[in-house]
Write a protein that binds this ligand. Structure first.
Ligand SMILES: C[S@@+](CC[C@H](N)C(=O)[O-])C[C@H]1O[C@@H](n2cnc3c(N)ncnc32)[C@H](O)[C@@H]1O
Length: 262
């Protein structure tokens, strides 16, 4: 596929459709990964996971499926998120290493920089066996401190009891029909974000925690605030937009506690 100077956004949306369509479960070639980096982030190196930029992925043995290539949280963003969370952790007391859980792990890169920095394990759930296989391979290749579980996030939640109020949950369910021209409706993701937050709360027996969510920059129906109405907003990370409104990524950090209300 070629990118024309006149229509980078058209090329982006066409490639996005392919990554979620006919290339969904295809392991992309080095050339395709560089093309994805160019179209989504403006340069091949913009697509970088586990510290490996797209031009080096093939030789480093990194395997990315089409769907994960468009869904993943790249290093530039994951590192910025890790900076913000680590700084917030530093304001909280606690002797234990926090529990890190990446509930919809895809590439596993959303939680990877924070787990690496804290020298602790990230427990990650992935339901799709093909994504799981590719990610398991990649995490092993790079020696990531991630323990990957094949299955539903609710089953993973049940396996790890709360440690303390610095425990941190990474949340990014598939958007599917929640993403329309009106924006992203977080009450319509699969599963809906309010349901995921209830599941996290139930698993914690009243102990507060942190939740970080990746969204786009066009939230529909005030659904971010409505989904987190029982949580306290702490920080938002909004990288400089590179794509049309609605196609850029934002991140939001909340404290989820039975005693907090906005
Ligand atoms: C939007 S992607 C997450 C991308 C990820 N944050 C990253 O950086 O690569 C959502 C992922 O969650 C997986 N998934 C969907 N439903 C799930 C469930 N119930 N439990 C665990 N994983 C699930 C999908 O297969 C998909 O790989």
């Amino acid at each position: 596929m070629t990118t024309t100077a006149e229509s980078p956004h058209v090329a982006y949306f066409a490639y996005r459709d392919r990554l979620l369509g006919d290339l969904r479960t295809t392991t992309l070639s080095g050339e395709q990964l560089c093309e994805a980096g160019r179209l989504i982030y403006g340069r091949p190196e913009g697509l970088s996971l586990y510290g490996v930029p797209a031009p080096e992925m093939e030789s480093a043995g990194i395997r990315l499926l089409g769907r994960t290539t468009i869904e993943c949280c790249v290093d530039e963003y994951a590192t910025a998120v890790a900076d913000v969370i680590a700084a917030y952790h530093a304001t909280l007391s606690g002797d234990h290493k926090p529990l890190l859980m990446d509930l919809f792990c895809g590439s596993g890169n959303f939680s990877h920089p924070l787990a690496t920095r804290l020298g602790t394990t990230a427990y990650a759930a992935e339901l799709d066996p093909e994504v799981h296989a590719a990610t398991a391979h990649n995490l092993k290749q790079v020696g990531a401190p991630t323990e990957l579980f094949l299955g539903d996030y609710r089953d993973l939640l049940g396996k790890h009891p709360a440690r303390g109020h610095r425990d941190t949950f990474f949340v990014e369910p598939p958007w599917g029909p929640a993403f329309t021209p009106e924006g992203l409706d977080l009450t319509r993701t699969s599963p809906p974000v309010p349901e995921i937050l209830d599941d996290i709360s139930r698993a914690r027996d009243g102990i507060p925690c942190l939740v970080v969510i990746k969204t786009n920059d066009q939230i529909a129906h005030d659904s971010l605030a409505r989904s987190f109405h029982q949580a306290r907003h702490l920080r938002s990370i909004t990288p400089a937009p590179a794509l049309p409104y609605g196609a850029n990524m934002d991140f939001h950090l909340y404290r989820l506690s039975p005693n907090d209300h906005r």
